[in-house]
Each structure stands twice: as structure tokens, then as C-alpha cells.
Design a protein around this ligand. Structure first.
Ligand code: 2P0
Length: 324
């Protein structure tokens, strides 16, 4: 009873920020992302009758307790679906370097959901797989699909209408996503903690909720029309709004470093020179810069000259789950 799957990570253009149900990972707002082609998690899951407990190896080592417990709790969800009590050996390879500035939880739980379900021969469609992956980490529900993906927040208390679906495949619209890494020694506040504190204490959070669904509609229209400028403008504004809500939290959540600002200003100045280039920022100091493939080299060379920039990794839209 063994299967293995690979899932790519994703970057949100309209951000998921805030939960209405922490246990089921139900979001306050819908979101939209691009699945990327460069960073992935590959996971094998083997259920065995004789095991007395679950085992989780991450990058060839037993995982830390906190990490392992998240995985074991997630396996409970799969066991419940299958009506089995069998324990499993989970072996995960993370090709999402921490330094790349992407969370590995999206690709991690998407790959685990896909491999676990296949190992038990459960017949889940993509929607059901997305609902399952969501319960490991919210953003994981988007990594089931390739290309451009929307996560509908849903309304129900049981989360059965909170899942992702694909808007365009990775082949339909190529854009370039530069992951621009900056120097930082900052102790990180996890996304999970950051969004919780924001929802509970920020007076600006209601402003976020007032406009995020409009941003989502604008982004979807831009994707439909292959309008890169509108997509970039909408994504950039949405990211800034998300960070603005965090600044109002108590105590404030500030992920930016001085290098983050340098990149923002350089992107703005490239734009003044006529290049269509935009940025988005997640729960960390690194910046993801969006541009058209024809401008990739110029944008990358210009940003690399900034002293605060350590490394740039160039990504494009990538595929959804694959079985290996
Ligand atoms: C996103 N982020 O939409 C947002 C934008 C970070 C900033 O999803 O608590 O690891 O596991 O559901 O998905 C990162 O948070 O949080 C995230 P949990 P997750 O991509």
C-alpha cells in the first residue's frame, strides 16, 4: 500500500490572510495563485499493517516533533476517509530551499495528500483532494493544480465548499516570477501566527475584507484577458494591503527588511522606465517580482546589482500534482 507524488509550491497574487476556522483551515477570504515550476516536494507514503506508529522522514532525517505531529494529524484525516487504522511511513524530499523564500507547507501537504490517498486506493477527484490538502495547510489546496488557481473561501461550516480550482493551465499564459532573496537575520513570525494576530487585533483587517474580493475579480478578469499589466497592478496593490493590515496588529507584524524596500523602489523605477514589472511579498522579507518573459534578463540583471540582493531564482508557471 505505497504511492509517491510530487507537488510544486505556489505564489499568491491575491493573498490568503486570516482564518475563520483554525482547525479546518477555512479562510476569511478567497485567494488566487500561480503554481511554480522550480520548487517542489516529493513524498512517498506506505501504509503497513505491522507498524505501531507513524514515521516521518524529511530530507533523509527524522523530522522534528512539531513538524512530525502535523503530518501524523494529517494522516489521521486520510485514515478516517479510508476507514483504516494502519500506520504509515512517510518519506519526504523538500526541493524548496528555506532560503528560497517560499513556504514548503503548500507543496508538502499537497504531495502528502496525493500520495496518501493513492496509497490507500481512495478514489478522490481533484476537488476532494484540494479539500483534504487544505486541512494540512491552507495554501496547499492550491498546489493540487498547475498554472493559475483560485481558492474559493466557501461559506459552509464543514469546509466542503472551500477548495481550489484551475483558471488557466501553465501552458496558457507564461509570465516570469523572480524570487529575489535579501539578507535577513530576523526571527520569523510564522504565517499562521501572523495572520491570527492580524485578524484578532488589527483595526485595518476589516478594510482588507472590504476589498479583497474585488481584487480577486479584477485579477481573474486580467487572467481571462491575458492582461499582464492589470494582473501585476492588482497583485502588487493586494500584497501591500495585506502587509498594511499586519502593521496595525498588536504587537505589529513587520516582515520587511531594508533590502525589501530597496527592491520595491527598484521595481518602481524600472516601471518608470517603461518596463511592465510588479512585486508581491509574502510573510517574509523576500520579494517576488513579476515580469514578462521578454524582460526577464533585464529585470534580473538590474535587481542583482542591488547590494542587499543575495540571489535571484527565476520561475515560471508549473504543473499540478504528478505521481512518481
Ligand atoms: C498565501 N500565505 O496566500 C498567503 C500569503 C502567506 C502570505 O498561505 O496556517 O502556510 O498553514 O494555512 O498556507 C502561508 O500560510 O498557512 C500563506 P496555514 P500557510 O500564500
Amino acid at each position: 500500500m505505497k504511492a509517491a507524488a510530487r507537488a510544486n509550491t505556489n505564489i499568491a497574487l491575491i493573498k490568503y490572510w486570516g482564518k475563520r476556522d483554525e482547525k479546518l483551515f477555512l479562510p476569511m477570504n478567497s485567494s488566487l495563485s500561480i503554481t511554480l515550476d522550480r520548487f517542489y516536494t516529493e513524498t512517498s507514503v506506505e501504509f503497513r499493517e505491522e507498524l505501531k506508529s507513524d514515521v516521518f522522514l524529511l530530507n533523509n532525517k527524522p523530522a522534528g516533533e512539531a513538524e512530525a505531529n502535523k503530518v501524523f494529524r494529517f494522516l489521521d484525516n486520510i485514515r478516517k476517509l479510508a476507514g483504516t487504522k494502519m500506520y504509515a511511513v512517510v518519506i519526504s524530499e523538500n526541493m524548496v530551499p528555506t532560503a528560497a523564500g517560499f513556504a514548503s507547507s503548500a507543496s508538502g501537504f499537497a504531495a502528502l495528500a496525493a500520495a496518501g490517498v493513492k496509497a490507500l486506493n481512495l478514489n478522490l477527484n481533484e476537488k476532494e483532494l484540494s479539500i483534504l490538502a487544505r486541512q494540512g495547510s491552507g495554501s496547499a489546496c492550491r498546489s493540487i493544480y498547475g498554472g493559475y488557481v483560485e481558492w474559493q473561501k466557501g461559506e459552509r461550516g464543514d469546509g466542503m465548499d472551500s477548495y481550489a480550482n484551475q483558471l488557466l493551465t501553465e501552458k496558457d499564459l507564461d509570465i516570469c516570477i523572480l524570487s529575489v532573496l535579501v539578507e535577513s537575520n530576523q526571527k520569523k513570525i510564522s504565517s499562521r501566527e501572523g495572520m491570527k494576530r492580524t485578524v484578532e487585533t488589527s483595526p485595518f483587517y476589516s478594510g482588507w475584507l472590504d476589498t479583497v474580493e474585488k481584487d480577486l475579480e479584477k485579477a481573474k478578469e486580467a487572467i481571462r484577458n491575458r492582461d499582464f499589466q492589470s494582473l501585476g497592478e492588482t497583485a502588487e496593490a493586494n500584497a501591500l494591503k495585506m502587509h498594511a493590515t499586519m502593521l496595525g496588529a498588536k504587537p505589529p507584524v513587520l516582515y520587511w527588511q531594508s533590502g525589501t524596500m530597496e527592491i520595491i523602489h527598484q521595481v518602481q523605477s524600472l516601471r518608470m522606465s517603461g518596463i511592465k514589472v510588479y512585486f508581491t511579498i509574502d510573510a517574509g522579507p523576500n520579494v517576488k517580482v513579476l515580469c514578462l518573459p521578454k524582460d526577464e534578463q533585464k529585470v534580473s540583471d538590474t535587481l542583482m546589482k542591488l547590494p542587499a540582493v543575495k540571489q535571484i531564482i527565476t520561475c515560471h508557471p508549473g504543473s499540478g500534482i504528478t505521481y512518481v
